[in-house]
Design a protein around this ligand. Sequence first.
Ligand code: NAD
Length: 396
Amino acid sequence: MKIAVLGGDGFCGWPAALHLSARGHDVVVVDNLSRRAIDVQLGTESLTPIRGLDERRAAWQERTGRRIGSAQIDLAEDHEAFLDLLVVERPDAVVHFAEQRAAPYSMRTPATKRYTVDNNVNATHNVLCAVVESGLDVHLVHLGTMGVYGYGTAGMRIPEGYLDVEVHGPQGGVTQQILYPSQPGSLYHMTKVLDQTMFAFYAKNDRLRITDLHQGIVWGTSTAETALDERLVNRFDYDGDYGTVLNRFLVQAAVGHPLTVHGTGGQTRAFIHIQDMVRCVELALLHPPAAGDRVKIFNQMTETHRVRDLARLVAGLTGAEVELVPNPRQESAENELHVDNGAFLDLGLRPTTLSEGLLLEVEQTAVRWAHRVDLARIPARSVWNARRRPGIPARP
Ligand code: NAD
């Protein structure tokens, strides 16, 4: 297949681009390098020393003989450039990773709130609009999030996107399938909810073939391909905005800092290892919906854990201490999470579990690059509660 990987310079997009290239697909990466610019804005840096996109691509070609193309396009701003790319490259599929993906960053300031909504909603809509305009039969695979479901599921098992509901009409009960009611916990998650509505519209109105992957938190750094050469190393974020919970614990353990658990640590989250993530993306590409089908939704996660249990697991492996700190998010202190993920397992996914892969991750990433850690960047600084701009008086 010819595949355009949007956001292909990022944490998930880069290893996915390499995996697809290694599997014999013809890959072109599209990225505006905004994630690297946000690092500069926040004064943060990947724990791992990531190379520039051109150096990464050249290293891949040198190692494997396989070429990955690239185009620097802002998908939220430049619809024409993306349309031109579609017309020239004529991809069979587009994988869309190109959004601002940190919930804390999306809640940080009015400017980051507006940026996240403008960027994510416009990027997704421009992609959909350009695919229609190109007249090509492209399968669009989007990286969504388990966060669209919300975390208060009242003990039920979350289905893969659609919920059976029985409604009472004049002729009695009717059973229907509806999109699972969304309950975003941040503005970032809200943009993913808006994405879902755009996908449903374009699948129905324009018969676009769309798959939405409701992904859990990705952990791990390396895949078989990124491990081939030091210059292919993947990014690893550990700062208060972009560092996801498990990566933060790994870095804290590596530098002898207590593992900071927000609130009671009773939040249950869904996880997937990065190697499984890249496999799932290819499995989704190989099993597209037909034109006219509704959006195909997979729950792309392999296990769930409570945050405090994760902290205990990492503490047990490393001897780190655990510290409870106030939770900056507005959410329930404790929640259950049961998820149906049968679709990928049925397609042959064999998950890497935390109990197998965690120690390797501690040794090969966190301890190896511990000398690059900036401790000041670890605490979460973004808070969820709205604040007035200084100088604007409170309502009487
Ligand atoms: P990332 O920030 O590392 O990568 C996103 C990439 O998209 C970056 O390289 C960025 O420069 C690019 N980008 C952003 N806006 C763009 C635009 N307007 N035009 C062109 N390029 C743009 O994020 P990630 O962790 O790789 O996440 C990728 C996708 O997967 C996101 O949509 C995210 O919501 C989803 N996801 C990630 C996780 C996770 O744990 N990392 C979990 C669930 C879902």
